[in-house]
Design a protein around this ligand. Sequence first.
Ligand SMILES: [Ca+2]
Length: 133
Amino acid sequence: MKNTLTKILFSFFLVLTVGLIFVPGNLSNKADAASCSTGLLCFYQDINYGGNGYVTVPTVGVCNTLPSSWNNVISSIQNGTSHDIKIYDGATCNNATGTIFASTIYPDLRQYCTDSFCLTGTWNDRISSWKAL
Ligand SMILES: [Ca+2]
């Protein structure tokens, strides 16, 4: 009798635990992370891949100036490509630069700076151009 009650209680807590882990809301970040497919470079206006997205297929070695509506507004990035991406504060792949590594996600650029740029701030709302390596 006690053994049966233990099994019932164990089953109840197992179902409860699985239910809590797999609540759809808890998966939102993973679902968003999967929205940038392999081979694509995805910029987002807000942290955690929120707001509008700007999706592109990089051409290696070409400097890309962001459209004016995307200048200095990017706050998170998913790099689904196999290329490192150089990012620049200047509009013509000039001024301060940093690297967005291949197959890497950056959920919050407020937490990301590079080299001497770290002395003056982070990459949040700073990217104006980029180039695939
Ligand atoms: Ca800038």
